[in-house]
Design a protein around this ligand. Structure first.
Ligand code: SF4
Length: 87
């Protein structure tokens, strides 16, 4: 399966990926060079039933490119830093 961020993942990664809305849309919208959190990709994520699981996966696996769970790479970097600071 190819998710929005252009990452190819195996079926063993997690069950939530089967419900990824971006798999049914234009993957170009999720490419890093176009990863605008206010753009088309974010609108798709807002309608996706697995947004929370997707974001949790991206944070847990350190996805540094593309839109995951409605967030840009910069937003996820800030989330990871905030988590480190608050430990
Ligand atoms: S939240 Fe966005 S990037 Fe994640 S699976 Fe859903 S549509 Fe794809």
């Amino acid at each position: 399966m190819v998710l929005g961020a252009g990452c190819v993942v195996s079926a063993a990664d997690s069950g939530w990926m089967a419900d990824a809305l971006c798999a049914e849309t234009d993957p170009d919208a999720f490419h890093p060079e176009r990863a605008n959190p206010d753009g088309a990709a974010r609108r798709v994520c807002q309608r996706c039933d697995v947004q929370a699981a997707c974001l949790a996966y991206a944070l847990a696996t350190g996805q540094s490119e593309g839109v995951w769970g409605g967030t840009s790479p910069a937003q996820r970097r800030r989330m990871r830093l905030a988590k480190v600071v608050h430990r």
